[in-house]
Design a protein around this ligand. Structure first.
Ligand SMILES: C[S@@+](CC[C@H](N)C(=O)[O-])C[C@H]1O[C@@H](n2cnc3c(N)ncnc32)[C@H](O)[C@@H]1O
Length: 555
C-alpha cells in the first residue's frame, strides 16, 4: 500500500467549503456621514464577509495595515455580541475573511490580529496556511490586565496575543518607534564630553575571537581580561583608537571594566519594538473601558481595546495617509486612533453599535471634542470626515414562482453600479454619454439598462463607439438580431448572465458549516448537526436571557 503524503495543516469540520460571496454595492447613508465631504474614510455597518467582498474591487492591494480583534470564541456571552460558538465553526468563519483581508493588503502591508489564549494557537496554524508561514512576523504578548484574579481556578489570565503577519515578509519592515523620554533619560554626560549625552554598553561579546582576547590596562593601572569565555568586541588597535577618541568609559575612578560610550546624537532616530507590550506602555482593558465610557455612558461597550495599543501598531506599521482597515470595529477604537494619527481608515461593524458607539465617538473626534485616549499625545485638534455606508440587499431574489429576478428595490443607478461591480468595471457614469456608465480600461465600457434592446438601439450605440472602443451591454432582454451584430459590442441578459456565479440572496454567513453533512459521511454528519444544535441552543439561551436584541456573532 502506498502511503499518502499529507501537508502539514490544521483540519476541522467544514474546512474547504468556501462560500462564493456576492460582491454587493455600498449605499451611503448621508444622514450619518459626517464632517468634510471630501474624505475616503468609510464606516460600514454590515457583515464583514460581504463588506470585505464589496471592498475587493477597489481596494485590492491598497491597504497598508489591517488590525482585527475578532470575537474570541471563549464561550462567554458579552453584552454586545454572542461569543459562544464552536471551534470548527469559528475557524470556518474566520478563514474566508482572512483570505479576502490578505488580498486587500499591499505588498508592503501587515496584518495584526488580537486573540486570546483559547484560540490563538489554532488561529496561528490557520494563518500560516492563509498568509504563508514564511510571512509570520511575531506573536506579541500584550499585558491586558494588572490585578491578578485570585478566584481563578487555574492561572490568572493576564495577557492576550497579537499575531503579526506581513503580506511579504521579505519586503515588509516595521518603522522604528519614536524615542520616549524614559529612553533618553538613560543618557547622561558623566565626563562633560563635548559630544553631549551618552550611555555605555558592555565591551565584551559572546562569540569568541582570539584576536580580541588581550589584556587591558585601566587608568588605575589594574590589568583586566574579558570574562571567560567571552572576548572584547574590538581588536587591540581599534580599542586604542577608541581610547584616544574618548569613547571608552572606565568609571569615575578609572578602575572599572571598560565600557563603550554610545552618544544620544548618534543613535538611530527611534527604537525597535520588543514583542512583550506592557500595560504601562500601551494601556490595558480597564483603560480601554474608561476611554469608551464617555461616548455612550448608558451602554458601555464590553470589549474595547485601549487607544495606546492601536497607536503602537500604527506607529510600527503605517505612515500618514496610509489606509488602515478594521473589519471587527467594535466601539471604533481603530478608526478613532487612525483618524487622530492622520491616516485614512475603513471600519466594518455588524452590530447596531456602528451607529450607537462608533458614530458618536468619531463625530466627537472630528469636532475636536474628544479629550481622551491619545488625543493629547498626538496633539489632535479635530477635522476630517467619514462616510457611513450599509450594504445593498442581494441583487437577485426569487419571485413567488421561484424564478430568479432582479431585486425590485434596485433603482437604475444601483443596478448599473451592481452590474459594473459584477463584471469588474469601475462604476463612473460619464457626464454626457448616458451609456458610458463605467469602464474597465480607457476603451472598454459597460452599459446596463432595463430597456428592451432593439437592433436599432444597438446600431446607434455602435455609431457612438470610437475605433478601438468596446462595450458590454447588460439588459433584461434584447431582439434576436442583436447577438454578434457588432464585433465590439457584447450583449448579455440579466439576471441569467449572473446565475451560478455566486450565492445570491444570502445575508447570513454564520451557519454555513451546518450544511456540510453528506450521506456517506455519517460520523461527520452527527458531529455537524450537534454543532448546529449547540449553536442554536446557545442562541436560544441568550434569547431567554433577554439578549436577543444584541447582534449575534458573524451573522
Ligand atoms: C472584540 S470586538 C472588537 C472591539 C474593538 N477592537 C474595540 O476596540 O472596540 C469584536 C466586534 O466584532 C463584531 N463582529 C462580530 N461578527 C462580525 C461580522 N460578521 N461582521 C462585522 N463585525 C462583526 C462584533 O459585533 C464586535 O463588535
Amino acid at each position: 500500500m502506498t502511503k499518502q503524503l499529507q501537508k502539514l495543516e490544521l483540519t476541522w469540520i467544514g474546512k474547504g467549503i468556501e462560500p462564493k460571496i456576492e460582491p454587493r454595492i455600498f449605499i451611503e447613508d448621508t444622514a450619518k456621514s459626517y464632517g468634510q465631504d471630501v474624505t475616503e474614510n468609510m464606516l460600514i455597518q454590515g457583515d464583514n464577509l460581504l463588506a470585505l467582498k464589496a471592498l475587493e474591487q477597489n481596494f485590492t492591494e491598497k491597504i497598508k495595515c489591517i488590525y482585527i480583534d475578532p470575537p474570541y470564541n471563549t464561550g462567554n456571552a458579552f453584552e454586545h455580541y454572542d461569543d459562544g460558538i464552536e471551534h470548527s465553526l469559528w475557524l470556518s468563519l474566520m478563514k474566508p475573511r482572512l483570505e479576502i483581508l490578505k488580498n486587500l493588503l499591499r505588498n508592503d502591508g501587515s496584518i495584526w490580529i488580537s486573540i486570546d489564549d483559547d484560540e490563538s494557537h489554532y488561529l496561528k496554524v490557520m494563518c500560516d496556511e492563509v498568509f504563508g508561514r514564511q510571512n509570520f512576523v511575531s506573536n506579541v504578548i500584550w499585558e491586558k490586565k494588572f490585578s491578578p484574579q485570585n478566584d481563578a481556578k487555574w492561572l490568572s489570565d493576564s495577557h492576550d496575543h497579537i499575531l503579526v503577519y506581513a503580506k511579504k515578509k521579505e519586503i515588509w519592515r516595521p518603522y522604528l518607534l519614536p524615542r520616549t523620554e524614559a529612553m533618553d533619560g538613560r543618557y547622561k554626560n558623566l565626563d562633560n564630553d563635548r559630544r553631549g549625552l551618552w550611555t555605555s554598553s558592555d565591551l565584551t561579546v559572546k562569540t569568541y575571537a582570539a584576536a580580541n582576547d588581550y589584556p587591558i590596562t585601566l587608568p588605575s593601572k589594574r590589568i583586566v581580561y574579558p570574562t571567560k569565555p567571552r572576548c572584547w568586541s574590538v581588536n587591540e588597535n581599534k580599542f586604542h583608537e577608541l581610547v584616544v577618541d574618548k569613547r571608552i568609559w572606565f568609571g569615575e575612578n578609572g578602575d572599572n571594566m571598560p565600557r563603550l560610550k554610545r552618544f544620544l546624537s548618534e543613535v538611530q532616530e527611534g527604537s525597535v519594538s520588543k514583542t512583550i507590550w506592557n500595560r504601562t506602555e500601551v494601556g490595558d482593558n480597564q483603560e480601554a473601558k474608561k476611554e469608551v465610557k464617555v461616548f455612550n455612558e448608558a451602554s458601555v461597550f464590553g470589549t474595547p481595546k485601549p487607544e495606546r495599543l492601536i497607536e503602537k501598531i500604527l506607529f510600527l506599521a503605517t505612515r500618514e495617509n496610509d489606509i488602515v482597515l478594521d473589519s471587527f470595529l467594535g466601539s471604533g477604537t481603530t478608526a478613532a486612533v487612525t483618524h487622530k494619527m492622520n491616516r485614512r481608515w475603513i471600519g466594518i461593524e455588524l452590530g447596531e453599535h456602528a451607529s450607537t458607539h462608533c458614530l458618536p465617538r468619531l463625530k466627537k473626534i472630528i469636532e475636536g471634542e474628544d479629550n481622551g485616549g491619545i488625543t493629547d499625545e498626538v496633539s489632535w485638534k479635530g477635522g476630517g470626515g467619514f462616510k457611513f455606508y450599509t450594504l445593498a440587499p442581494s441583487l437577485i431574489q426569487k419571485d413567488k414562482y421561484g424564478s430568479e429576478i432582479i431585486n425590485p428595490s434596485y433603482n437604475p443607478n444601483m443596478l448599473a453600479a451592481a452590474m459594473a461591480k459584477q463584471e469588474g468595471f469601475r462604476y463612473d457614469p460619464h457626464e454626457s454619454s448616458y451609456w458610458k456608465q463605467g469602464f474597465s480600461s480607457d476603451k472598454d465600457f459597460i452599459f446596463t439598462t432595463t430597456q428592451f434592446i432593439t437592433v436599432q438601439i444597438l446600431d446607434k450605440l455602435a455609431e457612438e463607439l470610437k475605433p478601438g472602443e468596446s462595450l458590454l451591454v447588460c439588459c433584461k432582454s434584447f431582439a434576436k438580431g442583436c447577438i454578434h451584430r457588432h464585433n465590439n459590442i457584447t450583449i448579455k441578459k440579466i439576471p441569467q448572465m449572473l446565475l451560478g456565479r455566486c450565492e445570491f440572496g444570502k445575508d447570513d454567513y454564520s451557519l454555513n458549516i451546518v450544511n456540510l453533512p453528506h450521506e456517506e459521511e455519517k460520523d461527520i454528519e452527527v458531529e455537524s448537526v450537534e454543532i448546529s444544535e449547540q449553536i442554536k441552543s446557545s442562541k436560544s439561551k441568550k434569547k431567554k436571557n433577554g439578549d436577543d436584541n444584541q447582534p449575534s456573532l458573524f451573522s
